[in-house]
Design a protein around this ligand. Structure first.
Ligand SMILES: [Zn+2]
Length: 215
């Protein structure tokens, strides 16, 4: 699904199989966000092929967090020119605590911290949004007013906080931090994309009411 001349969404459509939505920033520098489960990579590979992109064309893979349904398929990108990055807090927490729990240890090239990430001619704001996991991030792309939200916030829902390192108070604070952003496109890790400022605002206020009791 093409969202703009340099942005594609590959939403996961098979509802009884857990995998995430993947996104591609298709500039001169190509960034893939959340490649998904390894055993379901064929689906993403064919989506990329349909727009004439090969795995080795990807310059950077960013995982919004380290859960296997988001990051596992990094192993299908074997080209040395493809870099892989996650947030530093995510890396350290899972190295120290629960690497065994997920049974995978993705190859990483560098770690992300909160702030501006300049990759080729693309600038993304890395926003540390713990709650679903300790080093979950959202990526805000100001030039497109797009927020890649990972598993923080969905259409009509929020990320679960019962997995290792999850924290409901942090999740609430993280969602609160996003309210000042000018978002036209909310691109969550699962479920439907939300387009248009009004729809995005409606979704934030629905979540504040339903999940946090804020009226
Ligand atoms: Zn997750």
């Amino acid at each position: 699904m093409q969202l703009s001349d340099d942005l594609y969404a590959f939403p996961w459509r098979v509802l009884n199989v857990n995998n995430c939505n993947s996104y591609l920033i298709d500039g001169a520098f190509k960034i893939l966000i959340d490649p998904g489960h390894q055993h379901l990579f064929g689906e993403l590979r064919s989506s990329l092929r349909s727009i004439n992109i090969r795995p080795e064309d990807i310059d950077l893979i960013i995982a919004t967090h380290i859960h296997p349904d988001h990051v596992e398929a990094v192993q299908s990108f074997s080209s040395p020119s493809t870099m892989v990055a996650i947030h530093e807090g995510e890396y350290h927490y899972f190295q120290e605590n629960v690497a065994y729990y997920y049974g995978h240890n993705p190859k990483l090239d560098f770690l992300l911290a909160e702030g501006t990430l300049k990759a080729g001619n693309i600038e993304l704001e890395v926003i540390h949004t713990p709650g679903h996991s300790p080093g979950s991030i959202c990526l805000y792309w100001p030039s497109h007013k797009a927020l890649f939200a990972g598993d923080l916030i969905f259409e009509g829902g929020v990320g679960r906080t019962d997995l290792p390192g999850g924290n409901a108070d942090q999740l609430k604070r993280s969602i609160g931090r996003l309210s000042s952003l000018d978002i036209e496109l909310l691109l969550p890790g699962h479920g439907n994309l939300i387009r248009g400022q009004e729809e995005v605002a409606r979704n934030f206020s629905l979540i504040e009411k339903v999940y946090f009791g804020i009226i």
